[in-house]
Design a protein around this ligand. Sequence first.
Ligand code: ZN
Length: 480
Amino acid sequence: MRRVTVYDSRSRETRLLAPLVPPRVGLYVCGLTPYAPAHIGHGRTFVVFDVVARALRRWGYRVFYVQNVTNLDDKLIARAAEEGVDPLALADRHFASYLRTMERLGVRSVNYYPFATDFMPEILAQVGVLLDRGFAYRASDGSVYFEVAKFPRYGALSRQKVGELRPGARVEVDTRKRAPEDFVLWKAATPGEPSWESPWGPGRPGWHIEDTAMTGRLLGPRYDLHGAAIDLIFPHHEAEVAQSEAATGEVPLANYWMHAGLLLLSGEKMSKSIGNVAALEATIDRVGPGVLRLYYLNANYRSPLDFDPDRSLGESTEAYARLRQPFDRISELLDREGADRPGAGPPGALGDDAASLVDRLDATLAEDFNTRESIALLFGWTKRLAELSGGLDAIAGSGLERLRAPYDWAREVLGLFDEPTAPGADAGGEVVEVALAARARARSRGDFAESDRIRDELRAAGIEVEDHAGRSRWRRIGPE
Ligand SMILES: [Zn+2]
């Protein structure tokens, strides 16, 4: 197992990763509340933890990656009421499309997606223990609350003092609570909402208890790594710590907390109301999964990432095309002529340099998953291969395989260069961009007949082109 360091949000230090039971690593990541399609902010979080899992597995750790599905909460119930559908069916529908989107994005590292409502016995048991141990109380309406004053460590993870706690997005003002910071474990039933029987009357679980009921069952009272986007640190993760540590007496719940930075749209937190400009599926349609992964990973995972709809993906599309050029050429030569293709050896020590670059890539990524620096190393390699005198075509198959090793690494660990390349398959946006560039050249020389011909052919292939303010935009209209 490789030595790996992780920036732990709880201690605010970069620490050596020491699994509880090596080589196993229990990884839990707060997943989606599937009440609407995923946006590109979600994509960032899940690509970041996909790389964490891929890398740890490459380095010999046996990762058990659990990502929960909050298939029951206030937002989901509200949305289902608006649409006049059953909340659990709504969650199922959005989760199915979420899985397809993740598959396209190359996120295939999750071992298990547990649904909150499948863990009702564990939820009831944990609420019961918290009542028995005096950390929770019953309100007059049958709801059960966690009493924050009984758990002095509350606030330690997010470094908030209880008196200064500001209500978070999901903390509602409730006069049945003893203190404003108390949070609900079990919500008494409301007519028209799904409910389950419990010793405290019919109701449904609060949001936070779903997570610790699931992790208690699947990963135990203590596990290695808890990940999520940073906006969940308070109150959600603080509540998870309080519930689990109070119920089990086992401390700490998670040995390491990894929080991914948010994706900001013009400086604002991305939310599901932003709509199409940031819908994950449409963005993959537009630029392809590789461009999007490069965009996410070419930044420190903890930093906020400011998304500019006009600029960000254009830059990444160009950068991705540049980065993968030697990889594509090598793959083409090897696919066509095989590894025993004749030719010269790689010039100088280039073959050895490829192998030592792979070591360096691993070492760089093992420092708190520094994807940005790893990608900089890959760009350096692309530059060297592009400047090769005589080009790649002069090199024998065995040499080409050696030179491709850093790209193979990027494919395995970062999930780049992994889009289907078969003709007619999901070609991503690059092919469209090439067609649009040819069309722009035709227009610039005044050949509007050719320009229109390219536009019509794209339309026949399900791509609508719009010319606006001297630029061409396109979107998929689908084969209807
Ligand atoms: Zn969670």
